[in-house]
Design a protein. Structure first.
Length: 101
């Protein structure tokens, strides 16, 4: 099945402790139905010091369920995603405005 949300999409969180926050998807895990969004679902992780980083308590974006995310349309409103065939190729479109994403 085609992915409704992809890396680089602007989304808003619909449920959970970060409800209402917006961000960009940095990674998608279709097997787990989860995505990592910038600035959302932040947890503190303890890192061991290495040559490349200082170590200590580092904030890290944790995966969030895709069902708790909605794509933002051109007006900045949450929308559902549909699929249609245009010029022989399958494209995603915003259900609120009908615009191709």
């Amino acid at each position: 099945m085609a992915a409704k949300l992809k890396k680089g999409d602007k989304v808003v969180v619909l449920a959970g402790k970060d409800k209402g926050k917006q961000g960009e998807i940095t990674a998608v895990m279709p097997k787990d139905n989860k995505a990592i969004v910038d600035g959302v679902n932040i947890a503190i992780r303890h890192q061991k010091q290495s040559q490349s980083n200082q170590g200590g308590r580092q904030p890290k974006a944790m995966p969030i369920a895709i069902s708790n995310l909605a794509l933002l349309d051109k007006n900045g409103k949450p929308t559902r995603v549909g699929f249609k065939v245009e010029d022989g190729s399958k494209v995603r479109f915003a259900k609120t405005t009908g615009d191709v994403i």
